[in-house]
Design a protein around this ligand. Structure first.
Ligand code: GLN
Length: 287
């Protein structure tokens, strides 16, 4: 099933399929629809979290946002209620909204500029918003507004929650392709230096912390199954993108819109499992 709760995502071509592997030394290996643009959606959560961790530091990020899997769907409010308003982890909507609220910048526009330019540095090119996706999601994201207001009611967000949702909706609407995701993943694999541009985007310790969080939470309530099969940190988005990181080696970007019931690209998981085995990337394997 292609995602349809954001109306415009239902128009995606379910046959599109692209896979790109980016090496930490700058090599790119691509097959299929690696240049078809799609909205980054939840994959943005990983990279915005990296920018915020760079600003907040290890301890504060742990205290304020958390690192534990909720075991619940990405848009659930249940974990917030069960944990005294704590958002639990940055890869579900509650934690991602709390993270976006902490992006450096005095105004919402300043925060947005930090996000847009930061994610562009991960990709090594200027990323732009798909205005149709932004409008489609902004018109229907009542649940995200409710989550942000719930966080505010618990004193977990200290800026206007509706403005936070707006920046978050823009970040989810940034257009990428499978090649961009591979390069963004390779930047994390490379300790925060984009292997194509040579630019340092975040520190190596931020990459280490983010990859631990992705291993535990990157595929929502399916994160355990993913780690068991693939053995690498990854992050999915409901438009069909998936980024996977083999530390010190490669970033893998895939695009295929049909999703499993948790919101993870089905073909993306199968292709990445194959690559993990074929290239010997599983971080838990001793040989
Ligand atoms: N923008 C989407 C949302 O907030 C992202 C969800 C996702 O990719 N899982 O609902």
């Amino acid at each position: 099933m292609v995602a349809d709760y954001i109306p415009i995502l239902a128009e995606a071509d379910p046959e599109s399929f692209g896979v790109c592997v980016a090496d930490v030394d700058g090599g790119l290996h691509e097959v299929g629809d690696t240049r078809v643009p799609f909205s980054i959606q939840s994959i943005s959560k990983a990279f915005v979290y990296a920018l915020v961790c760079d600003a907040l530091g290890h301890e504060k990020a742990f205290d304020v946002i958390g690192v534990n899997n909720t075991g619940l769907p990405f848009n659930s409010v249940v974990a917030i209620e069960l944990n005294d308003g704590h958002p639990m982890n940055p890869m579900v909507n509650a934690g991602a909204l709390a993270t976006t609220a902490l992006v450096p910048g005095r105004t919402a526009d300043d925060k947005w500029e930090t996000v847009r330019s930061g994610l562009s540095r991960f990709a090594g090119r200027q990323l732009v918003v798909d205005e149709d996706v932004y409008r489609s999601e902004a018109a229907t994201n009542h649940r995200n507004r409710a989550i942000a207001q719930l966080l505010e009611s618990y004193g977990r967000i200290h800026v206007d929650p509706i403005e936070v949702v707006d920046v978050y909706t823009r970040q989810c609407s940034l257009l990428v392709d499978a090649r961009d995701l591979a390069v963004m993943g390779a930047t994390l694999a490379d300790g925060g230096v984009n292997p194509l541009s040579g630019e340092r985007v975040v520190s190596a310790s931020v990459c280490r912390d983010l990859l631990a969080v992705l291993a535990a939470t990157g595929l929502y309530e399916r994160s355990g199954e993913w780690l068991y099969e693939i053995g690498l940190p990854g992050k999915s988005g409901v438009a069909g993108g998936l980024v996977t990181v083999a530390p010190g080696k490669v970033g893998i970007g895939t695009y295929s819109p049909p999703l499993d019931s948790a919101g993870n690209s089905i073909r993306g998981q199968v292709a990445t499992a194959y690559l993990s085995r074929a290239l010997g990337l599983n971080i838990f394997a001793s040989s």
